[in-house]
Design a protein around this ligand. Structure first.
Ligand code: HEM
Ligand code: FES
Length: 378
């Protein structure tokens, strides 16, 4: 976590995923080379290589972009998420080799500076009159370089989480630039419908998975939004009247869920005024913190309490449930929510406290769960 940076801890799982990654890339390059030689014998080795590395990088970028939504849709994909950093650095390296081969093959022979020559227009027949596509690749590579160079957690802590996350969200800008790069470049030059279909298929897959995962999350948020549930309950019981439950004011506590709905040492995720909170039950108490891990936005509510700390399911960052602060010497903090227990139900104040602020845990006394008079924590 945030205090000390140790070199990557190699475990069997990491080694396995890295072996699959490197093996997969090597197999792709070899198959691409053999097929090119068989199907397009006129293509020179340099061009075959630069195409092999360019398409390998582009394909790997698609896989990387699909991992996030796949994990949202099915937790079985989570192991891919833990190892995404190595895939990202490998993808950048492949893109860099492609760009270096392009510069050597197409730009190094003239009077113009090879880098400037990238911006001067395409040396490829058929695309000179079209959109100059190489600058798209150049700027995409620049973004991928910044991401690869700052991928270590050292940079996450030093740049601060919001800056690091904004930088890494630029992967979508890089992807858009690369779609333009490949569309205007290769499609213009080759004109093969196969390329058109492949790029379109990739785009549809990436967009489709993101939209599906987002829709699923919106539906889950709606399901877990206590105010929505109240509105629905009202409209069910009084459907003839257009009665809408007033939105909770900042100081109003919202009925979030039943204590019994939360498994011991686990959480229930609720959506409060658009913000996801994870309500944990542990040691006869209830506490709520933001659902968003400070590391890489992992869903804290899908983690569990380990040795008294909320433990993120993605990479194991830990937070104390009452303060939202990582145990010393670590420095990460998440916002907390004030909670109360009454009649066996958990009430949460929707306005989060600043990150690291202690919120008194609500005790689950017998009377608080059964609702006997005098035993209410509210
Ligand atoms: C300075 C940066 C870059 C330059 C100058 C550049 C230039 C080029 C050129 C000239 C081509 C056409 C090659 C040919 O078919 O003969 C090409 C194709 C391609 N580039 Fe780039 N590129 C750059 C960066 C990237 C990056 C970062 C990626 C992917 C991550 C990428 C992916 C591709 C792909 C997939 C193709 C199609 C390969 C094919 O022709 O079959 N490029 N690029
Ligand atoms: S997202 Fe990495 S530990 Fe939470």
């Amino acid at each position: 976590m945030g205090v000390e940076y140790v070199s990557v801890q190699w475990n069997r799982q990491k080694k396995f995923y890295d072996a699959v990654l490197i093996g997969g890339v090597a197999a792709y390059l070899a198959i691409f080379g053999v097929l090119t030689k068989m199907l397009f014998p006129h293509v020179t080795d340099e061009i075959m290589l630069l195409r092999a590395f360019g398409t390998a990088a582009f394909l790997l970028l698609h896989i990387i972009l699909c991992i996030g939504p796949l994990c949202r849709l099915n937790p079985k994909f989570l192991p891919l998420l833990y190892n995404r950093r190595h895939a990202g650095v490998t993808m950048f390296t492949l893109g860099l080799v492609h760009a270096a081969l392009v510069v050597i093959t197409y730009h190094a022979g003239g009077d113009t500076n090879p880098i400037l020559s990238i911006f001067k227009g395409s040396p490829l027949a058929g695309s000179i009159s079209g959109v100059p596509f190489q600058p798209f690749g150049f700027f995409a590579l620049l973004i991928l370089f910044l991401m690869a160079a700052t991928s270590h957690d050292f940079w996450l802590a030093n740049l601060s989480a919001p800056v690091w996350k904004s930088l890494h969200m630029m992967v979508y800008v890089a992807y858009a630039l690369l779609v333009l790069h490949v569309t205007f470049g290769v499609l213009q030059g080759e004109g093969s419908p196969l390329y058109v279909v492949a790029v379109a298929l990739g785009l549809v897959t990436v967009l489709g998975l993101h939209v599906t995962a987002a829709r699923r999350e919106v539906a889950a948020d709606r399901e877990n939004d206590p105010s929505t549930r109240r509105e629905e309950a009202h409209s069910e019981t009084r459907h003839s009247q257009s009665l809408v439950t007033p939105a909770a004011t900042e100081d109003e506590f919202i009925d979030a869920c039943a204590v019994a709905d939360i498994p011991e040492n686990r959480a229930r995720i609720v959506c409060l005024s658009g913000e996801r909170a994870a309500i944990f039950k542990y040691d006869g108490k209830v506490s709520a913190v933001s659902n968003v891990c400070q590391h890489q936005n992992g869903p804290l509510g899908e983690g569990k309490i380990v040795f008294g700390c909320i433990t993120c399911p993605w990479h194991g960052y830990q937070y104390q449930p009452d303060t939202g602060a990582s145990p010393p010497p670590f420095v990460e903090k998440v916002p907390t929510f004030n909670v109360r227990v009454r009649n066996g139900r958990v009430f949460v104040r929707p306005k989060p406290n600043p990150a690291g602020t202690r919120a008194e845990p609500a005790r689950i006394t017998e009377s608080a769960t059964s609702g006997k008079a005098g035993g209410l924590n509210l």
